[in-house]
Write a new protein. Structure first.
Length: 562
């Protein structure tokens, strides 16, 4: 269905990718300062702001034009549910403030998309459900407020898999992969992933319960970070499973992801896990981290991989020969940068317990808390919003399922299962007291056994699969399915959430991107950003899709005397 409130499209022209802020020296007597929107980074935009070639208003207009061209028309990505109706007014205010007082932070005037389960006081938060399409929360989530205080422009709400599952919902339908229109975008931060890959904004916030930041980032060829669980407050985010939920930065570069983490990390008394995590944050950085004053960009140094011991998890290879080839090349790059690569395999008992059968049981039992958490969240919303799981089931079955965009069975199954489960059940208590701590112990034991600084592996063992949802499915015989264990849940399902970051490692023969993943011990977020940065700078494999080329007017030039 596309975004609400976008402006009309401009003409489309092709163009090669070049640095976003550069000097044109083609004329001997005149030097031209130019800004190119495609793939523009925070640093590019800041330089353009400082030079006078760009304003926040102009930048916002350029992104709105792209949204109109590729979201509401053209290939119709369906990646954005709502555009902030005050976007241009807020951009003008940020321009005036910058002119009078300077920028609040590196994010001043930077357009950001929030996954549509992050509360905003001025826009609906739907959680991907048409039932909540017009539900405006009473206040901002902790991270939305943090971004505004840093001067970021919340451009809108990105589409998501309904109830944080898949890449389809009953408002927008299916989010489309900007690299291959027959393939999905990963779940459930599908909208943020597709929108950033299509250059519809600079940054995005996704959420990750098992894979929902890193998965869409991988299928869309961008950077996605799942931080140590609790490092970013979950207050004001519609819950999926609060044992594992976390928000995470999504960006086109590691540097921009680190800058966003700077803005949103910090202790929040409203999130008990946040308090616990920062209480246990390693010294001597504990106080600075809790106050949100830890600068993750300080870890971004070339040479970060030198002397680092990385465990290549061989269980996550062998799904697709093209992905294996990309990963092998990535490992070669890391070796050339001075990393020691050690082949490791997961103990078969642990693999069965945790990744195969046990992984499914972990998530099913962990969801016993869903009903209580979801209804507690609903209680914070206005009187017109249903307040119980049973009401949602009734509306889905009697109204939504008669529409052109019916609800997915997986959503109804989650809701219905939750009616007969609770955290008082012995299976849930056993999970919390025994299974998840054992999962943590076993993962840490792997790090210790091989003396690892991080684990590394291709994040997915197959490229994006063909689209399939209740509204329509696409047959694509070119898809190569994988029977290998999927690494997606490896970081999250334990008593402590392990951080993981994905970075583009290239594009396959069908034009689909894939990422390499670094996974570390809890609290190693900064080190992982450093490893990812070192690899990124040596490889430079992020590439825009040819299906969403630059529009006319996206290159700005200001002549100046030499």
């Amino acid at each position: 269905m596309g975004a609400v409130g976008a402006v009309s499209a401009l003409g489309i022209v092709g163009g090669a990718t070049t640095p976003a802020f550069a000097e044109d020296t083609s004329e001997p007597r005149t030097r031209e300062r130019s800004f190119k929107l495609e793939e523009a980074t925070i640093a590019d935009i800041a330089a353009a702001f400082d030079s006078g070639v760009l304003t926040c208003v102009k930048l916002t207009e350029l992104y709105l034009a792209r949204i109109a061209a590729y979201e509401d028309a053209g290939i119709r990505l369906n990646s954005i549910t709502t555009i902030n109706p005050d976007a241009l007014r807020l951009a003008a205010e940020l321009d005036r403030e910058r002119q009078r007082h300077g920028p609040r932070s590196p994010l001043h005037g930077i357009p950001v998309l929030l996954k549509d389960n992050v509360d905003t006081y001025d826009m609906p938060t739907s959680n991907g459900s048409v039932i909540l399409k017009n539900s405006i929360p009473p206040n901002d989530a902790f991270i939305a407020d943090a971004l505004r205080r840093k001067g970021a422009l919340i451009l809108g709400k990105a589409s998501m898999g309904e109830f944080a599952g898949g890449s389809y919902n009953t408002i927008d339908g299916q989010v489309t992969n900007p690299y291959h229109l027959k393939r999905n975008t990963g779940g459930s931060s599908a909208g943020p992933g597709a929108a950033l890959a299509a250059n519809l904004a600079v940054l995005a916030i996704g959420t990750d319960t098992s894979t929902s930041v890193r998965g869409p980032a991988s299928y869309n060829g961008i950077v996605g970070l799942r931080p140590t669980t609790g490092l970013i407050s979950r207050d004001g985010i519609a819950p999926k499973n609060l044992n594992f939920d976390t928000a995470g930065p999504m960006a086109r570069t590691v540097t921009d992801a680190a800058l966003m983490l700077n803005a949103v990390a910090g202790e929040d008394p409203a999130d008990p896990l946040s308090v616990e995590v920062y209480k246990n944050y390693p010294q001597p950085l504990r106080k600075k981290a809790a106050q949100g004053r830890l600068d993750y960009t300080k870890y971004l140094k070339k040479g970060s991989l030198k002397g680092v011991r990385l465990g290549a998890v061989r269980d996550f290879f062998g799904g697709d020969p093209e992905i294996d080839a990309l990963a092998a090349k990535a490992l070669d790059t890391m070796r050339a940068l001075g990393a020691e690569i050690v082949d490791i395999t997961i103990d078969p008992t642990f693999l069965d317990f945790y990744v195969t059968n046990g992984g499914r049981n972990i998530r099913t039992i962990a969801d016993y808390r869903f009903k209580a958490d979801w209804e507690q969240y609903l209680a914070t919303l206005g009187p017109k919003v249903p307040k119980t799981v049973q009401e949602f089931i009734h509306i889905y079955e009697t109204e939504v399922n008669k529409s052109p965009l019916p609800v997915e069975n997986s959503v109804l199954d989650l809701l219905k299962r939750s009616l007969s489960t609770s955290t008082d059940m012995p299976a849930y208590k056993h999970l919390i007291d025994t299974v998840l701590p054992e999962a943590t112990r076993l993962k840490l034991a792997m790090f210790n056994q091989y003396d690892l600084d991080a684990m590394v592996f291709p994040y997915q063992t197959s490229f994006a699969s063909p689209i399939s949802n209740p509204a329509f499915s696409i047959n694509d015989p070119t898809f190569v399915p994988s029977t290998r264990p999927q690494p997606s849940i490896f970081a999250g399902y334990s008593s402590v959430g392990f951080p993981g970051i994905v970075v583009p490692m290239g594009i396959g023969s069908q034009g689909l991107p894939m990422t390499i993943s670094f996974m570390g011990r809890p609290y190693s977020d900064g080190q992982l950003l450093g490893y990812a940065y070192d690899y990124e700078q040596a490889s430079k494999l992020r590439a825009p899709s040819p299906l969403v080329p630059p529009l006319r007017g996206e290159t700005l030039v200001v002549p100046s005397s030499s």
